[in-house]
Design a protein around this ligand. Structure first.
Ligand code: SF4
Ligand code: SF4
Length: 131
């Protein structure tokens, strides 16, 4: 869990990339209750947002939640505060990818795999692992 390293600049970066205001979230948990992938996440959506609010950079970046997020938008439709949670999850992935962590180099993908893989799986992977 937390190493309690509070990074206010990280919080500002998340807000800047996502264009969301973290203080809008009052931690009601409705996003997590509706998220079809919450059970697979080590930190579900509202917990990731809480880490962000507190500026707990390491907890946010270590969390697998943003990688499980399928951007299905269920959380967003349930949020009473209009928080665009998928954009917050995307902001975490963008920070990783800009640091070249988890980045897919499309030119290095095996051509056989490109021919065999379902187009939807490729689209989904490219939207998460490239920027
Ligand atoms: S539903 Fe909205 S207000 Fe409630 S915890 Fe999730 S992001 Fe925060
Ligand atoms: S958009 Fe992501 S976080 Fe929101 S409900 Fe769907 S999978 Fe969960």
């Amino acid at each position: 869990m937390s190493k309690l390293l509070i990074d206010k600049d990280f919080k500002r970066r998340i807000e800047e990339i996502s264009d969301q205001k973290l203080s809008d979230c009052y931690q009601c948990g409705r996003c997590t209750a509706g998220c079809p992938f919450a059970n697979f996440m080590d930190a579900p959506p509202n917990q990731v947002i809480r880490f962000m609010q507190l500026g707990l950079k390491d907890d946010v970046l270590d969390s697998q939640g943003p990688w499980f997020c399928a951007a299905c938008l269920v959380c967003q439709t349930r949020c009473p505060r209009g928080v665009d949670i998928p954009r917050l999850m995307e902001a975490v992935r963008v920070i990783h990818l800009r640091a070249k962590e988890g980045l897919i180099d499309v030119s290095e993908i095996d051509k056989e795999l490109l021919l065999d893989a379902p187009p939807l799986a490729l689209m989904s992977a490219f939207s998460k692992y490239t920027y």
